[in-house]
Design a protein around this ligand. Structure first.
Ligand SMILES: NC(=O)c1ccc[n+]([C@@H]2O[C@H](COP(=O)([O-])OP(=O)(O)OC[C@H]3O[C@@H](n4cnc5c(N)ncnc54)[C@H](OP(=O)(O)O)[C@@H]3O)[C@@H](O)[C@H]2O)c1
Length: 258
């Protein structure tokens, strides 16, 4: 099932490279079945992975193509990928646009996040064409090389989730900043505020890996202590609505296209 040749256009970039390395390290693909292209033809990837400067040559040699270039770079890309399966990792480029520009009948859109670096991405994916069981399993396994993955029911889920999981560490980082800066404003020394906020975001986040968040909130609310008072205040001020508006604002950018 894994004997397909995979070509990654932009495979020396930040995301493409992280994925290429994960696919190789996990044994999902052999170096001989992986091809990379960029504009210079140069790479610091392991020497047994072939790097090309000619995208059309990469297309000809590959069964499946991954587009891991920036949306603005896509506008300059000229390839004929008719008859090939194309997987796009680009935010804000609809499958129909990719299909029209490349000639590919089947386009898979996937949206990993920055946690590919530690192989803990969450990657939703959607295929415009009907997939057989083998193809579906192959794609799911490919994305699981960098973390967890789900096939989603429609393309709009990809645009919405670009603003949710595609943002990776952005929301935790914002919460970290808010906690630390508010603590400093309340008189807590800067370094202590930073370490306390880190404990919440990083330590608390790790605990959630094995616990149900809703059950945790309910248990803390039932205790009616310090934590309950803080959570209730946040809830009364409309945390759900704030998050909802933020996600819609991001999703609108993805839907509008980049
Ligand atoms: N960063 C994230 O958290 C994240 C999450 C999900 C999805 N994405 C998506 O991932 C995509 C790539 O982002 P990135 O951060 O990895 O960008 P990046 O580091 O700038 O990588 C882009 C790569 O594309 C190559 N490239 C550019 N134009 C090319 C062309 N015409 N032909 C062949 N190769 C070309 C570049 O190499 P040369 O300059 O050598 O050609 C480079 O290797 C974006 O579309 C983004 O929306 C990113």
């Amino acid at each position: 099932m894994n004997n397909r040749t995979l070509g990654i256009i932009g495979g020396t970039g930040w995301l493409g490279r992280a994925i290429a390395e994960a696919l190789l390290d996990s044994g999902f693909i052999e170096p001989a079945a992986l091809l990379i292209s960029n504009r210079s033809g140069r790479s610091t990837l392991r020497p047994d992975v072939r790097v090309l400067a000619d995208n059309q040559q990469l297309v000809a040699l590959s069964d499946v193509l991954v587009l891991s270039i920036r949306p603005e770079q896509f506008r300059e890309l000229r390839i004929d990928a008719s008859g090939k399966q194309v997987i796009s990792l680009m935010a804000g480029i609809p499958a129909a646009v990719i299909s029209a520009a490349t000639g590919a009948q089947t386009v898979v859109r996937a949206m990993p996040n920055a946690a590919v670096e530690i192989r803990q991405s969450y990657t939703p994916w959607y295929s415009t064409g009907a997939l057989g069981d083998m193809d579906r399993q192959w794609l799911q396994q490919l994305f699981e090389c960098v973390g967890a993955a789900d096939e989603v029911p429609n393309e709009d889920c990809i645009d919405y989730l670009s603003a949710l999981s595609g943002t990776g560490p952005a929301f935790p980082a914002l919460l970290h900043q808010a906690l630390a800066s508010q603590a400093v404003a309340a008189g807590i020394p800067h370094d202590i505020a930073q370490r306390a906020a880190r404990g919440v975001v990083v330590g608390g986040g790790q605990m959630l890996a094995s616990r149900d968040p809703l059950q945790m909130i309910e248990a803390l609310m039932a205790y009616r202590g310090v934590t309950a008072a803080a959570l209730q205040s946040m809830s009364e001020q409309g945390i759900d609505a704030i998050v909802g508006r933020a996600l819609q604002a991001g999703a609108e950018v993805a839907r509008r296209g980049m």
